[in-house]
Design a protein around this ligand. Structure first.
Ligand code: ADP
Ligand code: MG
Length: 266
């Protein structure tokens, strides 16, 4: 009989049932569970396995550079990240409401970490997520256009995910043409789905990244900020702080020392 069960499980792709039905049957006999209770247990293990698989697939498809979680985030370090607001975002109502999250702050303060952590949470909830740096996005947009599949790319990669994470706006200045492409992404996503965006630049400096185009930058910010949670993260680089604490590098220079160095450089 068990051979027949194994065979049917293969045919019906019931992997967890194949693994657990016998143990659960023994347990059910021992604990005098009803047939209906047993069936429910067997179906439960199958459902749990499938849910885990689909979370894994979603996480892989998201293209996270590494997996980071909110639990790993140290809110005490430098106290630079607004804890209550970030914890509220982990509820993911913003994804449901198609709102944006903008994480601003200096390099190394955990913007990418938080963006990934929110993204991972979203995949666990079954949302389709896509993580991409602004620089890679522009490369992909240019490639798609060159290969005459720009509209397809927009539809699949830009409109497809429920949550689009655009990392590192402002690290690389974009040329005019690239700025236009980037604008199209923001315009397409506007009121269509959530975007999480990270940048080391304050809004006033965004223009410098978009080829000095003030009109384009303000039209873009207008759309991004319409339904947005803007979080300013303060403080020093987490990595530098850790290196300093472990004595790998010297203490942070004082303001006077920095000013002194500037004067020498002038
Ligand atoms: P940013 O994107 O702001 O430049 P990252 O998110 O890449 O910074 O952070 C740099 C590194 O430091 C990452 O490995 C990240 O996990 C870690 N990190 C930054 N801030 C924190 C924090 N508050 N708690 C734990 N790890 C942190
Ligand atoms: Mg980053």
């Amino acid at each position: 009989m068990s051979e027949r069960i194994q065979q049917l499980c293969v045919e019906l792709s019931l992997n967890a049932v194949a693994t657990h039905y016998a143990n659960l049957a023994d347990e059910a006999a021992h604990k005098e569970r009803s047939f209906v209770e047993y069936l429910e247990q067997v179906l439960d293990v199958e459902a749990a396995l499938r849910a885990e698989r689909s979370r894994e697939v979603l996480r892989r498809l998201a293209g996270f550079p590494s997996v980071k979680t909110i639990e790993q985030f140290d809110f005490e370090a430098g106290a630079g990240a607004p804890k209550a607001r970030i914890q509220e975002l982990t509820g993911l109502a913003f994804v449901e409401r198609r709102e944006n999250v903008i994480l601003l702050g200096p390099s190394g303060t955990g913007k990418t970490h938080l963006a990934i952590a929110l993204g991972v949470k979203a995949t666990e909830r079954g949302y389709k997520v896509r993580f991409i740096t602004a620089a890679d996005l522009v490369i992909q947009l240019e490639k798609a256009r060159r290969e005459h599949r720009f509209d397809q790319y927009l539809k699949r990669a830009i409109l497809g995910p429920s949550l689009l994470i655009l990392d590192e706006i402002g690290y690389l200045p974009l040329k005019k043409d690239q700025s236009d492409l980037f604008f199209q992404v923001v315009a397409k996503r506007y009121e269509h789905g959530s975007v999480i965006l990270t940048s080391n630049l304050s809004f006033g400096d965004w223009e410098t990244t978009f080829d000095g185009n003030a009109a384009l930058t303000s039209a873009m910010l207008d759309r991004l900020l319409h339904h947005a949670h803007v979080l300013q993260i303060r403080g020093d680089s987490y990595r530098l702080r850790q290196a300093r604490q472990s004595g790998l590098i010297g203490p942070k220079p004082s303001k006077q020392e920095i000013n002194g160095a500037n004067q020498v450089g002038q």
